[in-house]
Structures are given as structure tokens and as C-alpha cells.
Ligand binder design. Structure first.
Ligand SMILES: Cc1ncc(COP(=O)(O)O)c(C=O)c1O
Length: 497
């Protein structure tokens, strides 16, 4: 078989002009300048003389002549096995240092308001380190089993999950079939696979809803407190839509208050299984009232069902979607029961919303990566997901009990008290009002304790101080050390300054 000529990518040699004199001299100069400017740096390998000669269409001797000159100057070095490369001994030239600095130079073009505002979002959503009490870190006994790895190897290399062309914006059909079956059994969600769109988690689905459900000047109900991933969208990524914060009590969103504040709102974003961040389910009375309001007003309900699978006592309420499939957009995620870096979730949509939803998603990311969708479809279809959920439910229940005991033992009750909830992957530790939760959380993160302040989930008027404690399965001793440290931090911040 004929050997294919390798094309060498070395932009600095593009300026060589065969009609302008000696090529080896031009090449020497071009490569020397590339080193001076920083395009080529110490240790960078050079193409072999044969490859470069083929690319330039010149005799190999021409290249050897240029390389020999740069070897003699100490710019290049060569070794029998590694070939020719830019000398390690080369100290960075001022031009290189300058070139490096240039990349960090601020542009003189002033940034738009929205650019500045998105930069703020990035700061706020910086992921916490994977230490106690980060939420949904797949450590210890909650890691997916070996089957996940085996399925990964199997489906990525062969069959439908192997590298392919562009896929369906709606997501892989086998996964949509598996999810339709799973949510029907576990959550009483009624849908056909063609109503499901696979998303990279709930976050994208929340964003798409914010873009396709509203006209200018519409209003939307958002729980108070609520998930920052939702409120941040309406603060930063949406204009001309009024966010109406509707207070939440122990039964969930106060529908009557919502009606008083904004009867004609176009939609309500809610977390009925496990109110975020407070942790209780929405009562049946509130579910009925919410659906009655939505029906009367022709409003959408966006049901964020982010961690309904982890219930520790009693039976879960069925989904709102099952009670009003034409009005509810049901959002689920595998970030909690599997792991967040998987970036797979789903939206179950009333049929007429599927096309607009997919249309916007095409503009964002075309479709989710296909390989993991096939892995997940098989994982669900063969019963491993539900087995995994049963296993981790016991683990999280155990970790939860352990942390409740530690808080009871080590944290002074007059400074902090727990609202454990009966499901999910986090608990709320309320702080005495004079303790600033943002300061406590930031000191804690510097001491390798990953907690979030709860105050940012509230509107300004209803702010309370507290911490979100995740239940990831870190070693019991590590959790104990972390609670002891956290107790000290809380006590330090409780002292009058
Ligand atoms: C209430 C709630 N909704 C949605 C999400 C988003 O999850 P993801 O985008 O990873 O699916 C989270 C993540 O923590 C959450 O807590």
C-alpha cells in the first residue's frame, strides 16, 4: 500500500515563497522567527525532514540544511529517538514573554451589560470542591457499579453508540422509550416517547422554558425560596418578564398568595416533590389549587422533579404531570441518582411544545452527546438504574442519620438547628439571624467544607440565614471532622465583631 504523504501544520512556514531566493535560508529564518515570537516553544517537536519536504514540495536536503543551521545555533536540539525539537535550554525571549502577556491584555472594546451580567453568573455557579458536604458527589457506596463502566466500553465502541454523524435533536429513541417507561412506573408521569426531549440536565430545560413560554411583559411565579438555577435565568437571561416570588410554607407554594400577587401569570416554576431548598413535598391541597389556577388561567406549570427518587419514609406523591399532562412540563435529571458530570436529563412536554423546545435546543447544542445516551438506555432497560436507586437510597438514609447525630452532638442549638426533611440529597441547617450565612459558607469552603448559603435562594424581603448540607457518602470520620470544623466556624461568626 502506498504511504500517504503527511501534511505538516506549521503556520509559520506559510510565508516561504519559492520564487524568492534560497528556500533553506527562508525556512531557517521563518523557523527562527517562530521561536522568537513564541509560536514554537521549548520542547515543541518539529516534523521530520521527510514530512516537511513533502509538504513544501522541496528536496529533503533543503530541510536538513535549515535544521542543521538551527541545531548549530542552539535553537533546535535533536535526539535519535525523539527527532528534532525546539531546544529545552532556550530561555523565553522577550518577544515570547510579550506574546504571552498579550493574550491576557484586556480588550478596549467595552463589554455589554449582558456580558457583564453573565460573568457574574459564572462566579456564582463556581462548582464546590468534592469534599463534605457537597451535594450529589458520587463517592463511596453511591458510585455507579461496574456495570456502568462495562456498558460504557460496550456501547461506545460498537453499534448505535459508536462514533456517528449528527443525531436527533430530541435525543436517542431507545433512551426516550426507557425514560417513558421509568417515569410512568416511578412517578405516574403519562407520556409517549415522542413527548420526551433528552437534555444535558434540568438546567438547560429551565432555560429553554424561559425562552419559549413567554411573551414580553408576561409574569411568572417562582417559589420563594427557589433554586438559584431558576431565579438566575430570570435575572440574567430574560428581559421583560416579571418574576413574581410566591412565598412557600410547610405545604409548599402558597397558591392563594400567588393569585393575589399575579393572577394572570403565564407559568409557575415549582419543585413539588421536594421543595428546593426547604425539602418538604407540596401538599395535596396545594397541588389541587395550583392545577385549578393553571387550568383557569391557561398557565403552564414547570415541575422540577430533581431528586424525587430519594424518599426515606412513606409513599411519594404522584407527579403533577400525571394529573394534568396538557399543562405540565415535567423535568427530570440523572445528576442526582447517577452523577452530575453525566449531564443527562429530560423534559416531558405537552405535544405542541416539542418542536419549539427542540428548535431552540438545536441552536444551543444540536443534541446531547449520543454515546452516553445509549449507555444510559441500556442501564435503565436492563433494570440497573432502579437497582442502583434502591442501593443509594439506603446509603443516603444512613449518611443522613449520621450527620443528624453529628450536628446534634457538636453544633450548639442556640446557633444552628436542623430542618432535615424526609427525602433528597441535602438538609437545611438554619443559622441564628445574626450569623451571616454567606460569610460562614465562604470560610467553610476555605476549610475544605463544601456548603452553600441559603440566603441567596430567597427574595430580599424574605431572606433567612442558613446552610445547605449535602449528604454525599464521604467517610464517617471525615464527616465528623467536617462537622466539628463547621461548628467552630459558626461559633466564630456568631461572636460580635
Ligand atoms: C432544584 C434543582 N433543579 C435543577 C437542578 C439542575 O440539575 P441538572 O442541571 O444537573 O440536571 C438542580 C441541581 O442541583 C436542583 O437542585
Amino acid at each position: 500500500m502506498a504511504r500517504m504523504a503527511k501534511v505538516v501544520e506549521l503556520p509559520s512556514i506559510a510565508k516561504i515563497d519559492k520564487s524568492q531566493g534560497k528556500i533553506s535560508a527562508q525556512l531557517t529564518q521563518a523557523l527562527r522567527e517562530a521561536v522568537q515570537s513564541g509560536d514554537l516553544q521549548s520542547g515543541d517537536p518539529l516534523p521530520s525532514s521527510r514530512e516537511l519536504a513533502q509538504t513544501l514540495g522541496v528536496a529533503r536536503g533543503t530541510i536538513i540544511e535549515a535544521y542543521d543551521q538551527l541545531l548549530a545555533e542552539g535553537v533546535f536540539d535533536s535526539q535519535a529517538r525523539t527527532g528534532t525539537y525546539v531546544s529545552h535550554a532556550l530561555v523565553k525571549t522577550t518577544a515570547q514573554q510579550h506574546a504571552k502577556k498579550e493574550t491576557f491584555k484586556r480588550t478596549s472594546i467595552s463589554l455589554t451589560k449582558s456580558a457583564l451580567s453573565y460573568a457574574q453568573v459564572l462566579k456564582e455557579f463556581k462548582p464546590l470542591p468534592h469534599v463534605p458536604f457537597a451535594v450529589s458527589v458520587p463517592v463511596g457506596r453511591t458510585k455507579p457499579s461496574d456495570v456502568w463502566r462495562k456498558f460504557g466500553n460496550k456501547f461506545r465502541s460498537r453499534g448505535a453508540g459508536a462514533p456517528s454523524g449528527y443525531g436527533e435533536p430530541q435525543g436517542v429513541l431507545s433512551l426516550r422509550i426507557a425514560i417513558a417507561d421509568y417515569v410512568r412506573r416511578s412517578r405516574s408521569v403519562h407520556c409517549e416517547p415522542d413527548q420526551i426531549v433528552i437534555t444535558p440536565g434540568i438546567q438547560q430545560a429551565l432555560y429553554i422554558c424561559s425562552q419559549i413560554l413567554f411573551e414580553a411583559k408576561d409574569e411568572v411565579w417562582i417559589e420563594d425560596p427557589a433554586y438559584r438555577g431558576t431565579t438566575a435565568i430570570f435575572e440574567h437571561a430574560v428581559q421583560n418578564i416579571g418574576m413574581v416570588r410566591v412565598p412557600v410554607d410547610e405545604e409548599g407554594i402558597q397558591v392563594e398568595a400567588g393569585i393575589k400577587l399575579s393572577k394572570h401569570a403565564r407559568a409557575a416554576f415549582v419543585t413539588p416533590s421536594h421543595q428546593y431548598p426547604l425539602g418538604m413535598p407540596m401538599s395535596l391541597a396545594r397541588r389541587t389549587a395550583l392545577l385549578a389556577w393553571a387550568k383557569q388561567q391557561n398557565a403552564w406549570i414547570i415541575e422540577d422533579d430533581y431528586d424525587s427518587e430519594l424518599r426515606y419514609n412513606g409513599q411519594p406523591f404522584p407527579s403533577l404531570q400525571g394529573m394534568a399532562p396538557d399543562q405540565v412540563i415535567y423535568l427530570g435529571t440523572f445528576s442526582k441518582v447517577l452523577f452530575p458530570s453525566l449531564r443527562l436529563g429530560y423534559a416531558v412536554l405537552p405535544k405542541e411544545l416539542v418542536a419549539p423546545f427542540c428548535g431552540l435546543r438545536v441552536l444551543i447544542d444540536r443534541h446531547p452527546p449520543a454515546a452516553d445516551q445509549h449507555v444510559l438506555a441500556a442501564f435503565i432497560q436492563e433494570g440497573y438504574l432502579e437497582r442502583h436507586i434502591r442501593r443509594i437510597r439506603n446509603v443516603y438514609a444512613e449518611v443522613r442519620e449520621h450527620i443528624i447525630g453529628l450536628i446534634d452532638k457538636y453544633i450548639p442549638q442556640e446557633l444552628a438547628w436542623l430542618q432535615p426533611g424526609d427525602q433528597g440529597m441535602h438538609m437545611v441547617l438554619w443559622l441564628a439571624p445574626h450569623i451571616n450565612d454567606i460569610e460562614v459558607a465562604s470560610t467553610a469552603v476555605n476549610a475544605d467544607i463544601a456548603i452553600k448559603a441559603i440566603s441567596s435562594t430567597f427574595s430580599k424581603e424574605r431572606q433567612r440565614s442558613g446552610l445547605i448540607i449535602g449528604l454525599s457518602d464521604f467517610e464517617p470520620e471525615l464527616l465528623q471532622q467536617a462537622i466539628k470544623k463547621l461548628s467552630k466556624i459558626i461559633q466564630q461568626h456568631a461572636k460580635p465583631m
